[in-house]
Design a binder for this molecule. Sequence first.
Ligand SMILES: [Zn+2]
Ligand SMILES: [Zn+2]
Length: 248
Amino acid sequence: MLAEFNGNGWLKRLGLTVLEFFLPRMCLFCGVAVGEAAAVAVCPECEAQIQWVASPLCTCCGVLFASRDGADRVCGACQADPPPFSRARAAALYDGPVAQAITRFKFSRQLAFLPVMQHWLKRPLGLELVAAADLLAPVPLHPKRIKNRGFNQSLFLARAFPEAPVAREAVVRTRHTAPQVGLNPKQRQDNVKGAFAVTDPARVKGKSVLLIDDLFTTGATAKECARVLRRAGARRVEVLTVARVEYD
Ligand SMILES: [Zn+2]
Ligand SMILES: [Zn+2]
């Protein structure tokens, strides 16, 4: 216990310096003071830059249609090649403060961004998916990557929903894969092919499983995880991410 108060390791773990901890609450993105009543440390101006996911979108993969007229429908890609998940939804587009939060949390270990991303996951779309799920399954990282990064961001994000059961190892990585960044859609698909497994099929059999991740890009990782879950007997797989890349 004493060790907790020796030095400020615990503040560092929260992504804070001693000074930040005692200063008035500030917007994580621009530094202006944020009222104590605000749910998270984001000022109205930065919040206004966020592009929330909204209709019209693909009822399956959740892609936003470039033409902002018309109703939700299944997109051409999902019609041609239906994904193994029933729905994939994200809170916002991967841009501005949302992109900043994801990269600074994941690559610079600024854990102060976690509550903000958890808050974004709890928008109505996310809550709807969580309510429909029996189990939350964080997209796994290979142990080698966890060792480098120090944590699995997806597991931390899944903790936004303390009332929902989280099966932290429902899906595991069976091999280390190169980062998806910089790969084209086909390369991304090949890169993650056969990289996941379900170790305990009894855990997911007949269940509705919600995969949790920070970012949906081409959906290659989500599809591969959904495929192994379905093969292991999951009744339905859905996907919830903080962000997704732009329009179709
Ligand atoms: Zn701000
Ligand atoms: Zn689609």
